[in-house]
Design a protein around this ligand. Structure first.
Ligand code: AMP
Length: 953
């Protein structure tokens, strides 16, 4: 589509009728004015026909034609008839079938003074169709007269001995008409001024619209508007309607300068006035400064519930509570706790000797530890629920609890007794020290076969129980088991280590004091659903195994143990957590060979682990740099406490830790190919699509395992996946501090905390809602990274642009050659509504299906080279075409082939554009991935150029 040309007529012979008054020279011969009647109307033509008179030089000159100041290029449309010389009997050789058109400029009308010498020839006019007597053919031709500069001009027609009738002469210039486009108004502009092919014209934004740069368009020689640059957008409170900016309707608003339409006022707001930039909150509802104007307003939270206190040790108390029933519709809930000490009805603030851990305000968890309490005093704790809008109201939602500090150690397990004994089961009970907590105690019972303590593999079974009695079934006859029972605090922290007790099952066939079968079922009821089994493998390479004890009871499926990840923070003593989940290694068994990476706490080495009696193995050794603080040491080792709880082929395996020596170390299996993102970048195009999907399947299986254990990773990205020599991928980078201090992608958000924006789900960025569903979003990004061979997600867009794009429903496009099913899965992972995203279990089974049926990977998702290889592949970063082959190759990250191009003599972009797939292959680009990348980019470039050249608005 082109925006219409306007023609401004300067002279029209037909319209002038008999008033023409053109000058003929010589006067009485040559050209003459004839009057004809066509269809009943009079019609004037100039004609000449002196063929038989021999050589001729007859001139016909127009009247003075005033030029418009800007019109330097004018068009002359001629309608004429020329007779065939052969149609005259005895026409001389001088007979002509053409005539000439001339022009002469002048600053004023010179009247009848006529000098041929003033005229310059414009064109020889020849007919397309020649006429014979009785069959007249009218020709139409348009000639251009350029570079006119004086006030006006004459046109003249020279006959050199032909037979010509001039039916019409129309003289006009073209202009691009005044127009409003992209909310910018452009003035009527004469085309072809100074013969410039594209005349750049600045526009002006319509009222209530603004633009970053002056909007511009280009007027062609033919009077067409092309190539608009820059756009105007409506100001806040206005939206574009038919090329004008109209105020938002009542009940709608628009907060920023944008091309968007006004949005309806969100929840809990008042109906806005016309032209609103925001909608004010309803009374009793507020908007936090961090909330966008598009967000609804929220109410204040109600009070926290069920505040209760649990003593941990003397002078130390754990306060816990339930979140408020009504959060006011917000997720940014925090709590603050204050304390008063009351003696004899007089209360006073608790003073500085009392401390809250981690702190007394801005608590995200529903608990706090209070330290420094005095025995026997009454303390009143007040817990206040706050949200992002609490600052706007003086009304506070609080709940209080008054508690006296007594001696409140959690109960201690005093004595374990064997109640019943059979060949396959043991029933135990135990006594506890006096109870002071108002909560019913829970117990952690750990047991293992005694003789396993001396072999390579020890399998512990851990049960969490609510009663001080349990029957354990399915044991091996005539075997000694070692039991340990500890009481758990209200938060699940074990109170001390607990003493070991040994009991033996009866030999097979021997009858003991058996309980009826149902008794086992009864005891089952006491077992909490989150029992877990911990397998400690002392032998490198051995995977977690299931012994007969793994099924504690001959009871239904749903009672099978479910492993749950235990946060090392729940341990009072983090060292105890490390020891519980990791094997201690003697440093003399470790040999460091070379540095392979830099972790947050110190170098990462590769080296060997040689434990006496076992084969030497390659390992990665993470070290803690000298000068660490105790806190850093704890955080460093926390990674081992977490990793040690996992046992899965797609989770990096912990070999053990060194904690008892000055230089603490974490030893894990060695992954020869290092981090996945770097590996893929280095092997772009070399790994098959099937293999890539296989890698994703591995990562998904690891993540399914983690999510089944209720562990949320928070930093899933290709850089945190390690690859071994067989291209197996394993999830790594655990640890408590890592979120996300050591990740270079971590960016501080307004809510505090560091977040790797382009890998993180919107709800986790917005209000730190990290769940397995947000891990699924990140997995989608990892899928994209893998299928794009380590390309940076969202290329060089800024974090801010990424968040904006996601908010506007933009999603990464399919990478090149990505199977459609795989891209569909990515899109599912990036659903805004996290409850609609697939779970890892769904992802694993889908990828599994695809791998079992490789045909399903053959349908390739639509790929737009201009988007997927990033826009700069079709133009330089400023939008202009590439200036050199080097610049172009650099933009598509293929600089390594620059020499191949120059050797082949391809040194300009024009030459590049001529290349076919074969040519690119012939200059030495052999890898399929690279070949495709280069060829697609060339196609994209061509596409862009043709779009520009046929550019139409
Ligand atoms: P991290 O502190 O875990 O991020 O480790 C830093 C870097 O060390 C990683 O990016 C890897 O390049 C390397 N690395 C860490 N663990 C291993 C391992 N098990 N095998 C091979 N390389 C590793």
């Amino acid at each position: 589509m082109s925006l219409q040309t306007k023609e401004e007529v300067l002279l029209d012979m037909r319209a002038a009728g008999s008033e023409l008054g053109w000058l003929c020279s010589p006067q009485e011969e040559g050209w003459e004015l004839l009057q004809t009647v066509v269809n009943g109307s009079l019609f004037y033509t100039y004609s000449v026909c002196s063929v038989l008179k021999g050589e001729q030089d007859n001139w016909l000159r127009t009247t003075f034609i005033q030029r418009r100041p800007a019109a330097s290029r004018i068009f002359v449309e001629l309608q004429f008839i020329v007779r065939d010389c052969n149609s005259f009997d005895g026409a001389p050789l001088s007979c002509k079938e053409t005539f000439n058109m001339y022009a002469a400029e002048a600053d004023a009308d010179v009247g009848t003074s006529f000098r041929k010498g003033h005229f310059r020839k414009v064109a020889t006019v020849a007919p397309d169709e020649i006429s014979v007597r009785g069959d007249l053919k009218v020709n139409i031709e348009t000639k251009v007269v350029e570079a006119l500069s004086r006030k006006g001009f004459y046109l003249a027609f020279q006959d050199l001995g032909g037979c010509v009738a001039l039916l019409s002469v129309r003289v006009y210039y073209k202009s691009c008409p005044a127009i409003v486009l992209g909310l910018a108004a452009f003035p009527d502009t004469v085309a072809g001024v100074d013969s410039v092919a594209l005349r750049e014209v600045s526009g002006q934004c319509v009222s209530n619209a603004v633009s970053m740069e002056t909007p511009r368009m280009h007027c062609t020689l033919e009077g067409e508007w092309v190539v608009p640059v820059g756009q105007c957008q409506c100001q806040p409170g206005f939206e574009a309607v038919n090329q004008t900016c109209q105020a938002c309707q009542p009940g709608f608003f628009k907060a920023s300068v944008s091309s968007e339409l006004c949005d309806q006022c969100p929840a809990n707001t008042q109906r806005s006035l016309p032209g609103a930039q925001s909608c004010p909150c309803k009374e009793g509802f507020y908007r936090s400064p961090e909330d966008p104007q598009s967000a609804g307003c929220s109410g204040l939270p109600s009070a926290p519930r069920d505040v209760y206190a649990t003593s941990i040790t003397v002078g130390k108390l754990r306060l816990s509570w339930q979140p408020p029933l009504d959060t006011g519709g917000r997720d940014d809930m925090s709590y603050s706790v204050s304390c008063e000490r009351c003696e004899a009805a007089a209360c006073q603030p608790c003073g500085e000797e009392l401390r809250f851990e981690p702190h007394s305000s801005d608590l995200r968890e529903t608990r706090v530890t209070v330290v420094g309490l005095e025995l026997g005093l009454n303390y009143t704790f007040t817990v206040e629920a706050r949200s992002g809008v609490s600052q706007f109201s003086s009304s506070r939602a609080t709940a209080s609890l008054t508690t006296a500090v007594l001696h409140t150690d959690p109960p201690r397990v005093m004595l374990i007794r064997l109640e019943k004994q059979t060949a396959t089961s043991l029933t135990l009970s135990w006594a506890v020290s006096q109870r002071t907590s108002r909560h019913a105690p829970r117990y952690e019972l750990t047991y293992r076969k005694k003789d396993e303590g001396t072999t390579d593999i020890t399998t512990y079974t851990v049960l969490v129980l609510e009663k001080n009695m349990v029957q354990i079934s399915d044991l091996t006859p005539a075997t000694t088991y070692v039991f340990r029972v500890t009481a758990l605090s209200h938060e699940g922290t074990p109170n001390g280590e607990g003493k070991e007790h040994e009991f033996e099952t009866l030999p097979q066939g021997q009858c003991g004091d058996q309980s009826p079968a149902v008794a086992g079922g009864l005891w089952v009821l006491f077992v909490l659903p989150h029992c877990r089994t911990v397998y400690r493998s002392k032998r490198r390479g051995s995977r977690a195994r299931r012994g007969p004890e793994d099924t504690y009871f001959s009871s239904p499926e749903q009672l099978k143990p479910l492993k749950t990840y235990v946060d090392p923070h729940t341990y009072e003593d983090p060292n105890a957590a490390v020891l519980k989940f990791a094997t201690e290694i003697h440093p003399s068994h470790i040999t460091k060979q070379k540095v392979i990476g830099a972790g947050e706490f110190g170098e990462v080495y590769c080296g060997t682990l040689k434990v006496p009696g076992r084969k030497e193995t390659m390992v990665a050794i993470k070290t803690l740099k000298p000068g660490y603080t105790e806190k850093q040491r704890r955080e460093f080792l926390s990674e081992a406490s977490i990793m040690g709880q996992f046992s899965h082929p797609n989770i990096i395996r912990l070999e053990g830790v060194v904690t008892k020596f000055k230089h603490a170390m974490i030893v894990t299996e060695y992954m020869e190919n290092g981090a996945l993102d770097k590996y893929l970048r280095a092997h772009d195009g070399e790994v098959s699509c099937y293999q890539l999907v296989g890698m994703l399947h591995g990562i998904a299986a690891g993540m399914k395992y983690l999510s089944d254990m209720n562990y949320v990773h928070r930093d899933l990205a290709a850089r945190n996946i390690l690859v071994n020599g067989s291209l197996e991928c394993k999830v790594s980078d655990f640890g408590l501090s890592r979120v996300l201090e050591d990740d270079p992608e971590g960016t501080y958000t307004t809510s505090g905390g560091k977040i790797p924006i382009r890998w993180t789900a919107p709800e986790a960025i917005a209000y730190r809602k990290f769940t397995s569903a947000s891990d699924v979003w990140s997995f989608g990004i990892v899928m994209w990274e893998v299928m794009a061979f380590g390309e940076r997600p969202y290329w060089d867009m800024s974090n801010h642009e990424v968040m904006k794009a996601i908010n506007e429903e933009f999603r990464l496009p399919a990478p090149m050659d990505c199977p459609s099913a795989v891209y569909q899965l990515m899109l599912q992972c990036w659903l805004q509504d996290r409850s609609k995203r697939p779970r890892f279990t769904d992802i694993v089974s889908l990828l599994d299906k695809l791998l079992r049926n490789p045909e399903s990977l053959k349908t390739i998702a639509d790929f737009d080279p201009r988007v997927s290889i990033r826009l700069p592949s079709t133009s330089g970063s400023d939008g202009s075409p590439f200036r050199s082959v080097a610049e172009w190759l650099e933009s598509i990250k293929m600089s390594q082939y620059l020499e191949n191009f120059s050797h082949a003599g391809i040194v300009t972009m024009e030459q590049v554009l001529q290349m076919k797939t074969e040519d690119v292959r012939n200059i030495g680009v052999r890898l399929p991935g690279h070949l495709k990348r280069i060829v697609y980019s060339i196609l994209g470039l061509k596409d862009q150029i043709s779009t520009l050249s046929v550019f139409a608005v």
